[in-house]
Design a protein around this ligand. Structure first.
Ligand SMILES: CC(C)(COP(=O)(O)OP(=O)(O)OC[C@H]1O[C@@H](n2cnc3c(N)ncnc32)[C@H](O)[C@@H]1OP(=O)(O)O)[C@@H](O)C(=O)NCCC(=O)NCCS
Length: 157
């Protein structure tokens, strides 16, 4: 199945959904997203991820069509600078490579523009080719800055 993902805001406070998604990541994907081998981020981190307000913090969930199984989560945290935000995306392993990450990024770009964000930045493990491809396709003038195993990106939206 590809396409037709439903992309919708995470309901603020829905920690159960965040845990549901993280529990469906392989250790490798979890490490790529959270840089930790712990099976679940701390309660504080889960709470932080689960409290979007649509302005300081945008969080979008990807669902399968029909039964609405949650399969991905994209987040942007606004920086102190009004128009910059830090982005991160996760897609559960069984659904990777089918365009879910691209749909989440497109949703984050739209939602970010809607609240005045002009640039996104973030960091990923340099070996993770999918992130680079995702960003090149989904953002404008993306710059990649390598640094000892990780890559920082900066992109206009
Ligand atoms: C990075 C991630 C979000 C991408 O999501 P996804 O749903 O698999 O991505 P898509 O299917 O939309 O594919 C995006 C691009 O990556 C490419 N891609 C997907 N899986 C790939 C793989 N295993 N190797 C190389 N490229 C891959 C796709 O071909 C596509 O590029 P294209 O448009 O040029 O064809 C997902 O792999 C993930 O959640 N990884 C673990 C967490 C993580 O690393 N998050 C990023 C750091 S915050």
């Amino acid at each position: 199945m590809t396409g037709d993902w439903e992309i919708a805001p995470l309901r603020s406070g829905d920690e159960a959904l965040v845990r549901f998604l993280v529990a469906r990541l392989t250790p490798q994907s979890r490490y790529r997203r959270f840089r930790s081998s712990s099976p679940m981020p701390s309660a504080e981190v889960v709470s932080h991820l689960a409290r979007p307000d649509g302005w300081h913090h945008i969080a979008l969930v990807a669902y399968t069509p029909g039964v609405r199984e949650p399969i991905g989560l994209g987040e942007v945290f606004r920086d102190a600078a009004f128009d910059d935000g830090e982005a991160a995306i996760l897609v559960v392993d069984g659904w990777q490579g089918r365009g879910v990450g691209a749909a989440l990024l497109a949703g984050l770009v739209d939602a970010g523009r809607g609240v005045g964000l002009r640039r996104l930045h973030g960091e990923f493990l340099a070996e993770h080719r999918a992130v680079r491809r995702l960003l090149v396709r989904g953002t404008v003038g993306t710059r990649f800055i390598p640094d000892a195993g990780t890559t920082t990106f900066e992109a206009a939206i």
